[in-house]
Design a protein around this ligand. Structure first.
Ligand SMILES: Cc1cc2nc3c(=O)[nH]c(=O)nc-3n(C[C@H](O)[C@H](O)[C@H](O)COP(=O)(O)OP(=O)(O)OC[C@H]3O[C@@H](n4cnc5c(N)ncnc54)[C@H](O)[C@@H]3O)c2cc1C
Length: 446
């Protein structure tokens, strides 16, 4: 039995879901052990060593003001973003004219806060306001059940959104948040992102961006917070098999022979790993299998190292262009030092099926040539070096029907709980979704 007689809990997986779950369980008086197969915490929020920068993120991470559970966890870890807007502010560059506009939400009650953003959005004109208000009107009352079977593209078209409006306005926000094209995205997921992220309040869409690489940002602070809370953390422990013993304990063992036992278990791995572990223990959980069978969607980042900065702002969006979102990592950095003649920009390519298998040289050449035609300053800039990071299984694709394929925190096995951004959180696979899922698993465990 753990502290307060509440029993022992094993959490497998040290991503944001596992970390938040372990902290909540420990707060509730459980004796918690967390095992993680890699040498760091943070899961998919991770960086890899880089000869020029020390480390680069495998994928740029951004979150919004509406991510309240994530913000609460980061507060507990004593971690802050470098960019912390009070209201949405965006530099939007028109790829045809190379004109760059700084747009900002107004301090007005929702949804009026979006008027200046919509009114000035490049290439849309005055028809953007009535069109967007039709979407806002439809979202006054909607349900996941009603919209989950419909593709987001068809739903937006049914609300009178023109091809221009879809390509220039909805696509940049929704593809970045859902990591899937609008043809393949569930309208329920798109609706949730628009309702929660854009429409609810002027602070909801405010951008938050870390100022260090993700491993430095999260891994050490998470480990410190867990240890302070009394959670036993074991890194480089890969649960290769699970079994349920005669005393009702669940036992996770490594390939090398080490094992840990507990009264209850939280599987905070990917759905596929969770399914494989339970299946190996002779358990067939159909709901978990459906989640494990959801398709994946890749994210690719192109890191450009130049002799001077060339982006017009720290965060830039180029609608209706393969460039999508760009980040001036040097301007966003909260770390000093390094080579004063080396500037780092990252191009974040979501739903990157078209790019994930393209050879590094060809991909960099294509993206750099687009930068040179889109940003006037890039024509005077020398590209010193580059790097491509690819996460082939970055997130599940929230395809139509996916809401029904995401299980809640309670598995079909007594004493086994599920956490991860793929569980039924209502959110696409995001940091906020991961933290919510961890908190939900801890609450279900009691
Ligand atoms: C490139 C990229 C960019 C992204 N951009 C954003 C963004 O801008 N904003 C945003 O909000 N979200 C973003 N996301 C999504 C976000 O990172 C994830 O949704 C979130 O981090 C998932 O957390 P998780 O804890 O659910 O899962 P994971 O992070 O996958 O954690 C699972 C953990 O379990 C461990 N594990 C697996 N099997 C075992 C085992 N057998 N034994 C022990 N440990 C095991 C893994 O090593 C891992 O650490 C991005 C993701 C990627 C990949």
């Amino acid at each position: 039995m753990g502290r307060g007689g509440r029993g022992t809990v094993l959490v497998i997986g040290g991503g944001l879901a596992g970390v938040s779950c372990a902290l909540k369980l420990s707060d509730a008086g459980h004796q918690v052990q967390l095992i993680e197969r890699s040498g760091q915490l943070g899961g998919l929020c991770r960086s890899v060593p880089d000869p020029l920068m020390g480390r680069v993120d495998t994928g740029q991470h951004v979150y919004l003001g509406c991510c309240s559970s994530l913000e609460a966890l980061l507060g507990r870890l004593n971690v802050r973003p470098a960019l912390r807007q009070r209201r949405l502010g965006l530099q939007v560059v028109d790829r045809a004219t190379a004109v760059s506009r700084g747009l900002g939400a107004a301090p007005l009650p929702a949804p009026l806060h979006l008027l200046p953003v919509l009114g000035m959005w490049p290439g849309l004109g005055v028809s953007a306001l009535p069109a967007a208000s039709r979407v806002a009107g439809a979202l006054r009352s909607w349900s996941v059940e009603e919209l989950d079977s419909v593709p987001a593209l068809g739903w937006l078209q049914s609300l009178g959104q023109s091809p221009k409006m879809i390509a220039r306005l909805w696509d940049p926000f929704l593809v970045a948040a859902c990591n899937v094209s609008l043809e393949k995205c569930s309208a329920a997921t798109a609706a949730q992102v628009i309702a929660e992220g854009l429409l609810r309040s002027s602070q909801g869409a405010a951008l938050r961006v870390p100022g260090t690489d993700l491993t430095s940002w999260l891994s050490g602070p998470a480990e410190r917070a867990l240890r302070m809370a009394g959670v036993a953390v074991r890194l480089r422990f890969r649960a290769a098999a699970l079994r349920f013993d005669d005393e009702g304990k669940v036992v996770a063992s490594e390939a090398g022979g080490g094992s840990v036992a507990a009264d209850r278990l939280v599987l905070a791995t990917s759905a596929r790993h969770a399914h494989r572990l339970l299946e190996g223990a002779g358990v067939n959980d159909p709901a978990l299998k459906r989640a494990a069978d959801l398709p994946d969607s890749p994210i690719v980042n192109v890191h450009l190292f130049t002799d001077r900065p060339f982006l017009p702002a720290p965060v830039v969006v180029v609608p209706d262009s393969p460039l999508q979102w760009l980040f001036d990592r040097s301007a966003l950095s909260s770390e000093g030092g390094g080579d004063p003649g080396l500037f780092h920009s990252a191009i974040s390519l979501s739903a990157a099926e078209a790019w994930v298998a393209v050879a590094e040289d060809a991909l960099v050449e294509r993206m750099w040539s687009l930068c040179r035609t889109t940003f006037p300053a890039a024509a005077r800039t020398h590209l010193r070096s580059s790097r491509v990071t690819r996460e082939a299984h970055a997130t599940f694709a929230p395809v139509p029907g996916s809401a029904a394929s995401r299980p809640g925190p309670v598995s079909s096995v007594q004493g086994v709980f599920l956490a991860g951004s793929w569980t039924k959180t209502g959110w696409p696979a995001t940091m906020e979704g991961a933290v919510r899922s961890g908190n939900a698993a801890a609450a279900a465990l009691g």
